[in-house]
Design a protein. Structure first.
Length: 135
């Protein structure tokens, strides 16, 4: 009789324990997928340049949107690509890394659209220079 009860208890508990292990494995797989997707995703910051700091390799951007958004400080890397909108017949002007400081169009008041990776590193910045009448 005790063997019968023991076998019945095992028969009931064993299947209940197996799906719990499968769910844990499924969650780990989903978590890995989420991590991979997050690496691909990044963030886009749109706003106006408040300050350019070549010595610290930083661009201070005041994002637009919210009522009073905090200022973002974007670190310029050697791999960061800067694209300046073409004026008239000229095409886009492209700079890579710290050579962008030579171009005077990256100045206070310029509109920027910065693309960051998931780790917050600056990948690409599209710059629309400030118009002469906005000074």
């Amino acid at each position: 009789m005790s063997r019968l009860l023991l076998c019945a208890a095992l028969a009931l508990l064993l299947p209940a324990a197996l799906p719990a292990q499968g769910e844990k494995q499924g969650k780990e797989k989903d978590g890995d997928t989420a991590k991979q997707g997050k690496e691909k995703e990044g963030e886009t910051v749109e706003g106006r340049v408040r300050k350019v700091d070549p010595s610290a390799h930083l661009i201070h951007v005041k994002p637009r949107g919210k009522k009073d958004p905090p200022e973002r400080m974007l670190k310029v890397l050697d791999s960061t690509v800067f694209l300046f909108a073409g004026e008239g017949d000229k095409g886009e002007k492209r700079y890579k890394g710290k050579e962008v400081y030579k171009d005077k169009r990256l100045a206070e008041g310029a509109e920027v659209k910065a693309r960051l990776d998931a780790k917050g590193r600056l990948l690409e910045v599209r710059v629309t220079p400030r118009k002469a009448d906005e000074k």
